[in-house]
Design a protein around this ligand. Structure first.
Ligand SMILES: N[C@@H](CCC(=O)N[C@@H](CS)C(=O)NCC(=O)O)C(=O)O
Length: 216
């Protein structure tokens, strides 16, 4: 049975954004059955968990054959098991992998630079100085991504794991005024969010914390 780790509780600002969600959504798209390993804040730093995830983060993943960590690597492992996430031909596989890495390496750092300032440091003097150039770089990356997307529905000729990862990265753009400058990206993100597998995964993800709140 496939298992992945999640947190039994996270603060409000993180709900809907925890990186285990990528794995949960991918498993729903693939139609694979799974179980969650729901961790407390103590569990995540336990020696047993650090053997599975050296950085005390979620998600980690195991499926009976492999034990692994990093949402991007896990997403590709799941995509290997389902054509719903990755075409079987060499070119389709290569393009899917390219977009998963592009989301993580070329777009997410630009998003995180601004989002970290806004969530954690917005009143710091250095953050006020840094923010305009961070926003400018984010706008460049979004402009480039919108340039590629054009009027396509997905990044390639069908939905792949690359779109799944890119949608989760675009969800981290919490500055709606910035995303509003790129209506085709906003519509692309909304298409990803409208998928039944996304909706099911999000309901289950948020239910974790609703249950934790109710138990308090
Ligand atoms: N690069 C990792 C990042 C995972 C990550 O940032 N996880 C966060 C939750 S969104 C976490 O577990 N944070 C707890 C911590 O760092 O102590 C991945 O994509 O899997």
């Amino acid at each position: 049975m496939i298992k992945f780790s999640s947190f039994e509780w996270v603060p409000d600002f993180a709900r809907g954004y925890v990186k285990e969600f990528r794995v949960r959504w991918a498993l729903e798209e693939a139609g694979l059955r799974y179980e969650e390993m729901c961790l407390s804040m103590d569990d995540k730093v336990s020696p047993a968990y650090l053997k599975k995830q050296p950085f005390a983060q979620v998600p980690c993943y195991e499926d009976g054959e492999v034990s692994m960590f990093e949402s991007g690597a896990i997403l590709l492992r799941i995509a290997e098991q389902s054509e719903a996430l990755m075409p079987r031909d060499a070119q389709g596989r290569a393009r899917t992998m390219s977009w998963v890495f592009a989301a993580l390496n070329s777009v997410e750092p630009a998003v995180s630079a601004v989002t970290h300032i806004d969530l954690f440091y917005k009143d710091e003097e250095w953050a006020k100085l840094r923010r305009p150039s961070a926003v400018e770089f984010l706008q460049l990356r979004l402009r480039q991504l919108a340039g590629w997307l054009g009027d396509r529905e997905w990044l390639e000729d069908r939905f792949t794991a690359g779109d799944l990862m890119m949608t989760t990265v675009l969800r981290e753009v919490r500055q709606e005024d910035v995303l509003a400058q790129f209506p085709t990206l906003r519509a692309y993100r909304a298409r990803g969010e409208a998928r039944p597998a996304f909706q099911k995964a999000m309901r289950d993800h948020l239910a974790l914390y609703a249950n934790a709140d109710a138990a308090e």
